[in-house]
Write a protein that binds this ligand. Structure first.
Ligand code: EPZ
Length: 417
């Protein structure tokens, strides 16, 4: 298993370019199942989850003509297999995104239930409720979600909880349902709006994506997808925080400041200089960090996927900050690892209280999920001596070339087998 070794104390300077958003390309790959003909997706990030999703749609009968660099060309005309096997789905929860498209296109879906993961049980009960509302008959059998649907019918449906992939799944299924579907309490993430725009370019009739009420008029078929994946706002936030922690002066290129308002506001409150332009952000750390409280919320609130990274920043602030996680029930796995590096953090229910310390000390640490692993690398950037982060396959799932991008900014970071 690879490890990443970071030697602390090197300020970051220069430019870093953000890759396409993992959480946008996964639903778009699932959406190709709804279409007939050759689709082309550009600005695809080179991350493990994308490879997994391409393999999954291939398993379902999609022909992949090109998958290299940041471009995928695939054709779902002959797609005929409704079964998404356990060995693929179990490695990536987002595989559940094929449920809605399979039901809409083939009238059947048999998708292994995603395993839980480090940050919580992460059920898909809200996906299932939404698809049943559209008329699908869904059974849980032998660890599989098995759904059938002669013809999906439009419905008015309200999600009990805001769910990003749940909204995407039901929205995709509704594009080919009969009649009108109205989804209330829908997720408002930019990746939801992006998916709706891509589907509309293929002939779907979706209105209101990006608000909590999405209206979809069913159509009979969709033409192939042509799109360029939008920049990854979580990757961008990660490098902005890296620059802030490492007292750097970094320009983050190919990002959308409008998708990161809460993070930019909180960095400014912490005393970090953040200047934005249309598609880039310049971040300057100045060694003095003020404590800031954050509470994670669905978009447009402070993103849960940036909580761990921001916590690392707060471990060095002058004072006490409180970090409340409201989206996932167990997303403080990184706290124990940060404490092993000398951070002073205590947890009460869903709130972590961080008391700033003078410095962090390098240590062997272990990642538990994608963003926790990123937060440990960020801690290593400023910790004394070396930090050895193991289980870096988490990083490879969602960050393209992290050590290369950080090295180019001046970090002393290397991967060892
Ligand atoms: C998406 O996950 C993202 N993944 C996650 O990013 C992100 O953390 C999350 O949204 C929240 O923003 C992708 O887009 C591929 P949810 P998703 O459904 O859709 C509960 C990363 O780091 N829930 O919005 O799975 C759930 O347990 C990943 O890139 C149910 O109870 O998240 C959670 O507590 C991590 N039943 C809350 O809702 C359901 O049927 C929000 O989950 C669905 C969700």
């Amino acid at each position: 298993m690879d490890k990443i070794i970071v030697e602390g104390g090197h300020p970051l300077n220069g430019q870093v370019t953000i890759s396409g958003a993992k959480n946008a390309v996964l639903p778009v790959l699932a959406a190709t199942l709804l279409t007939q003909g050759k689709s082309e997706i550009q600005a695809v990030p080179g991350v493990r989850d994308v490879t997994t999703m391409v393999r999954l749609v291939q398993e379902l009968g999609v022909k992949v003509d090109h998958f290299e660099g940041d471009r995928v060309v695939l054709d779902a005309t002959g797609m005929n297999n409704p079964i998404a096997p356990y060995d693929l789905v179990s490695t990536m929860r987002a595989s559940c995104l094929v449920l809605g498209p399979l039901l809409a296109r083939l009238g059947e879906a048999k998708v292994s239930l995603p395993g839980g993961c480090a940050i919580g049980a992460r059920p898909i009960d809200l996906h299932i409720k939404g698809l049943e509302a559209l008329g699908a008959k869904i059974q849980l059998e032998e660890g599989y979600v098995h759904g059938t649907a002669k013809k999906l019918k439009g419905v008015r449906h309200t999600f009990d909880l805001v769910t990003v992939t749940g909204t995407m799944n039901v929205m995709m299924a509704a594009t080919l349902a009969e009649g009108e579907t109205v989804l209330s309490n829908a997720a408002r993430e930019p990746e939801v709006s992006f998916l709706a725009d891509v589907l509309n370019q293929s002939g779907a009739k979706i209105k209101g994506a990006g608000t909590d009420k999405i209206v979809i008029h069913g159509v009979t078929s969709l033409t192939p997808i042509e799109c360029q994946i939008l920049p990854d706002r979580i990757e961008a936030a990660t490098y902005m925080i890296a620059a802030a922690i490492a007292n750097g002066n970094v320009e983050v290129l190919n990002c959308t400041p409008g998708h990161m308002k809460p993070i930019i506001d909180k960095l400014r409150q912490a005393g970090v200089t953040v200047d934005t332009s249309e598609n880039s952000v310049r971040v300057k750390g100045n060694g003095q960090l003020s404590p800031v409280d954050i509470t994670t919320e669905p978009y447009p609130g402070f993103a849960t996927d940036v909580q761990a990274q921001f916590m690392t920043l707060m471990t060095l602030a002058k004072g006490q900050s409180r970090i409340t996680e409201t989206v996932f029930e167990n997303r403080f796995m990184h706290v124990a690892e940060l404490k092993r590096m000398g951070a002073d953090i205590s947890i009460e229910g869903h709130t972590a209280t961080v008391r700033g310390v003078e410095y962090l000390s390098g240590a062997p640490v272990m990642a538990t999920d994608l963003r926790a692993s990123a937060c440990l690398v960020l801690a290593g950037l400023v910790a004394e001596r070396d930090t050895v982060v193991s289980r870096v396959y988490h990083i490879d799932r969602g960050y393209q070339d992290m050590e290369k991008k950080l090295s180019q900014l001046g970090a002393a970071i290397r991967r060892v087998k």
